[in-house]
Design a protein around this ligand. Structure first.
Ligand code: FES
Length: 137
């Protein structure tokens, strides 16, 4: 057997059988999670957070999109698309979270996948309001 042929056959074997199935499986199931250990506050009197004083407004902070969904309700979702890790954005017109990379869309209240390739929902966080301070955890 010539060296070139030997290398060809060896590499073929490596590609087909020597990579553990678990590794191959985990590559196919890779998903991008949102930030962990989230714990921050947003001051609604701060100009940077002014969009949250209007229903339909949203602010991106600490990798989390915070959306004012009603007069008294806020939703907080990871800004990291679970498909390939792109930063998603809130579209107030459609009321959905949209990924600019491959067009995945998510429910802006729950983070559930609506359309496209994302394999799992966006991580949802808790929002508590005390006066003009929102605490996201
Ligand atoms: S990275 Fe968001 S849909 Fe692909």
């Amino acid at each position: 057997m010539e060296r070139k042929e030997f290398l060809k056959k060896t590499l073929a074997l490596c590609g087909l059988s020597l990579i553990p199935a678990g590794i191959m499986e985990s590559c196919n199931k890779q998903t991008f999670a949102g930030p962990a250990n989230v714990n921050f506050t947003l001051d609604l009197s701060n100009a940077a957070n002014a969009p949250l004083n209007t229903v339909g407004g949203a602010v991106l902070s600490n990798g989390v999109i915070v959306i004012r969904s009603s007069g008294t309700t806020y939703n907080a979702l990871s800004a990291t698309c679970t498909h390939a890790g792109c930063t998603v954005g809130y579209n107030a017109t459609s009321g959905t979270i949209i990924c600019p990379c491959h067009g995945g869309t998510y429910n802006a209240a729950t983070g559930a996948v609506l359309t496209g390739p994302p394999p799992s929902p966006l991580t949802k966080y808790t929002v508590a309001q005390s006066g003009h301070i929102l605490t996201i955890t």
